[in-house]
Design a protein around this ligand. Structure first.
Ligand SMILES: [Zn+2]
Length: 570
C-alpha cells in the first residue's frame, strides 16, 4: 500500500514538473479544472470568480498567499505588496498560462514558503489564469501562422472579435469591466501581461516592454530603470537567459534601429501605468519553440517575484511618491511621439539579405541564422510630448453621459454628485477640427488630429451632474481620458459623437430676410461678411455659404454644436 502511494506520489510529482513544459497548453476548461483542484487542496491558494466575460463564462483570479476569505484576501492585497499577472489576453500566445502553472506547482513543491531566508514576506501574487475567455474557447492550430507551437491554442479576438489589449479605456467588452474590478480590488504594485511577439528574427527568446519613461514619476522611473530591470537582466543572465527590450523596428530590420514602445493607456500595461503600478509586458519570440518560451517566461516571473519580495519597501514608497508627484503636477503632457535622438544598444541579431524569391519573383527579407552578430544598433528610446495643458482643479461631466460615468466608477474615481441646480463659471471645450478613421479600428471610427478651443462660460449645472476633483489617485486616468485631444480620450473613442452633428438648419428663402436684418444690427459682422465676399469667389457665388456664415454667427445658431459635455474649473 505504501509502495502504491509512493508510485502515485512520484507520478504526481513527475506530472506537475513536466506537463506544462511540453508543446501543449491547457484549454480553458482544463485550466480552470486544475486550478479548482489546487484551490481545494491548499488553504493559501484561492480561486475567485471575478465576473463575466463577453463569452458568458467567468474570468477567474487565482491568488497565492491568500487569506481565509475574499474580503481578507483583497484587504491584504491592497495593504501589502501585490503582483498581478495577466495571461492569455491573446490566447494564441499562451506562454504565460504554462509559465504561471509551473511557478504555482513549484511553489507548492517547495512547501509553499511565505518568507525568504532573510525574513522578507512573499507578496500577494495574483494570476488571471486566462483573460480572453472567448478566444480561449476558439482553439485551433493555425491562427498564429508564424509561431513555433504549442500544438493548439486560442484566438486573438474575443467573443465579440475585439482585441482586448486595446480595450482598457473604451471598455467595449464585459471582460474590461471585470478587469477593472480585479485591478482595483487588488491595487497591484507590480503588473505583468504575458505575450508572444511578432516581427523581426533575432537571437533573444525573452523580451519585455516597460512603461514609457517620460510618462513615469521620477521615483518609479528610477526604481524601474536603475534597479528592477538591471537586477532582472543580471539574474536571468546567470541562468543563461538574455533579457532584452522589445524589438520594435524603426525600419525593416533591427540594424535600421529599435524603438522604445509607447504603452498607450488602451493597452493593459499602459492602463496599469496610469495608476502607477510598475508595469511590464513580456514578449517571447514567436520563432523559438514553445517549451523554451514558457521556460523564459517562467524564469522572468520567478525573478520578478523575487525582486518584488526583496524590494517591497522601496516599491511601496516609490508608488506613494509617484501618486503624490502626480497630484503635485501643474501641467499634463501627452501625445508623445518618438524623438530623433539616436542612442545605441548592443544587440544579438542575425544578418539579413534580400535574395530573389522563387514564389513572388521579387526581393524578400531573409535572416541568416548561421550568421549571428553581437553589435551596437541604433536605439530610439526618447519620446517627446506634442501637447501640454494646465491641469484643472475639477472636471464636471453632465449626468446624461452615463457610459463615461460608468467607466469612471469602475475605475474608482472619486467624485461628488451635484444635488441642486446651480450656475458656475467653467471652461468648455469646442472641437474645431478632427479627422476620423475611414475604417473601423476595434469597433470604432476613432478620431485623431483633434483641435479644440477652450473658452470660459457661465454654465448651469443640473442635479445629477458630477464634480470630479483632479487631485486623486486616478488623476492620470482622468486627464488621459477627458482632455479631448489626448491619444486615448473618450472623445477620440467616439463617446461624444452626438455632439458633432448640427441638429437645426434654416430655409434660405425665409432666412435671407432675417440675414439682412442681422447684418444691419451687427456692423462688425457686416465688415467680415463683405470682406469675405470680396476675397472669396466661391463664397461670392454661393447663396448657401453666405447665409450659413450669417446664421452661424447669429443668435439662431445652436449653442451645443461641437461643444463637449465635459467642463473644467481652473
Ligand atoms: Zn499579444
Amino acid at each position: 500500500m505504501r509502495f502504491a502511494c509512493l508510485i502515485v506520489g512520484l507520478f504526481t510529482f513527475f506530472q506537475c514538473q513536466c506537463q506544462w513544459r511540453e508543446n501543449t497548453s491547457p484549454s480553458y476548461l482544463e485550466l480552470i479544472g486544475y486550478l479548482q483542484k489546487i484551490d481545494k487542496e491548499h488553504k493559501e491558494i484561492k480561486l475567485f470568480n471575478m465576473g463575466n466575460s463577453d463569452f458568458g463564462l467567468p474570468i477567474y483570479l487565482l491568488v497565492i498567499n491568500a487569506e481565509k476569505d475574499s474580503l481578507k484576501t483583497f484587504q491584504k492585497a491592497r495593504k501589502s505588496t501585490t503582483i498581478l499577472i495577466n495571461n492569455a489576453i491573446h490566447p494564441g500566445e499562451p506562454d504565460g498560462i504554462n509559465a504561471s502553472l509551473i511557478w504555482i506547482d513549484e511553489w507548492i513543491r517547495q512547501g509553499k514558503p511565505n518568507k525568504t531566508k532573510n525574513g522578507e514576506s512573499l507578496p500577494v501574487i495574483a494570476f488571471i489564469p486566462a483573460y480572453n475567455i472567448g478566444g480561449m474557447m476558439n482553439r485551433s492550430s493555425t491562427s498564429r501562422a508564424n509561431q513555433n507551437g504549442p500544438e493548439e491554442y486560442g484566438f486573438r479576438g474575443n467573443a465579440r472579435n475585439l482585441d482586448l489589449n486595446r480595450d482598457f479605456i473604451k471598455m467595449d467588452s464585459e471582460n474590461a469591466f471585470t478587469f477593472a474590478r480585479i485591478f482595483h480590488s487588488l491595487d497591484p504594485d507590480v503588473f505583468v501581461d504575458n505575450h508572444v511577439s511578432n516581427g523581426a528574427d533575432y537571437q533573444y527568446t525573452l523580451t519585455y516592454i516597460s512603461s514609457m519613461k517620460e510618462r513615469m514619476s521620477p521615483a518609479l522611473q528610477q526604481l524601474t530603470y536603475s534597479n528592477c530591470i538591471p537586477n532582472l537582466t543580471k539574474n536571468l543572465a546567470s541562468k543563461g537567459i538574455d533579457l532584452f527590450p522589445y524589438v520594435e523596428l524603426k525600419n525593416q530590420t533591427p540594424e535600421g534601429g529599435i524603438v522604445a514602445f509607447n504603452d498607450l493607456p488602451r493597452y493593459a500595461m499602459g492602463y496599469s501605468s496610469l495608476f502607477h503600478a510598475l508595469s511590464f509586458t513580456v514578449e517571447t519570440h514567436m520563432l523559438k519553440p514553445f517549451p523554451e518560451r514558457v521556460e523564459a517566461t517562467y524564469q522572468f516571473l520567478d525573478e520578478l517575484i523575487s525582486w518584488t519580495t526583496n524590494h517591497s519597501l522601496e516599491i511601496e514608497s516609490s508608488r506613494s511618491e509617484a501618486i503624490q508627484w502626480s497630484m503635485n503636477q501643474k501641467e499634463f503632457r501627452y501625445n508623445y511621439t518618438l524623438s530623433d535622438d539616436e542612442d545605441s544598444i548592443l544587440f544579438k541579431g542575425f544578418e539579413s539579405t534580400n535574395p530573389i524569391d522563387s514564389t513572388t519573383g521579387l526581393k524578400r527579407l531573409f535572416y541568416d541564422r548561421s550568421k549571428s552578430y553581437f553589435k551596437k544598433v541604433p536605439y530610439y528610446q526618447t519620446h517627446v510630448s506634442k501637447s501640454e495643458v494646465k491641469i484643472p482643479s475639477y472636471f464636471i461631466i453632465g449626468s446624461q453621459e452615463k457610459e463615461v460615468i460608468e467607466r469612471l466608477k469602475m475605475n474608482q474615481v472619486m467624485y461628488q454628485t451635484i444635488t441642486k441646480d446651480s450656475t458656475v463659471e467653467v471652461n468648455r471645450y469646442r472641437i474645431e477640427k478632427f479627422k476620423s478613421l475611414d475604417k473601423p479600428y476595434e469597433g470604432h471610427f476613432k478620431h485623431h488630429s483633434v483641435q479644440f478651443e477652450k473658452f470660459k462660460v457661465t454654465q448651469s449645472l443640473k442635479k445629477g451632474d458630477i464634480l470630479i476633483p483632479t487631485k486623486q489617485k486616478a488623476m492620470f486616468y482622468l486627464l488621459s481620458t477627458l482632455i479631448p485631444d489626448a491619444e486615448d480620450s473618450y472623445f477620440s473613442w467616439n463617446f461624444f459623437d452626438s455632439y458633432l452633428q448640427q441638429k437645426e438648419y434654416f430655409s434660405s428663402y425665409v432666412f435671407i430676410d432675417q440675414a439682412k436684418f442681422i447684418l444691419e444690427n451687427n456692423p462688425k459682422l457686416k465688415v467680415e461678411f463683405d470682406k469675405r465676399k470680396n476675397e472669396n469667389e466661391q463664397f461670392r457665388n454661393s447663396e448657401w455659404e453666405q447665409l450659413y456664415f450669417i446664421y452661424k454667427n447669429s443668435e439662431f445658431f445652436e449653442k451645443s454644436f461641437m461643444i463637449l459635455p465635459v467642463y473644467s474649473i481652473d
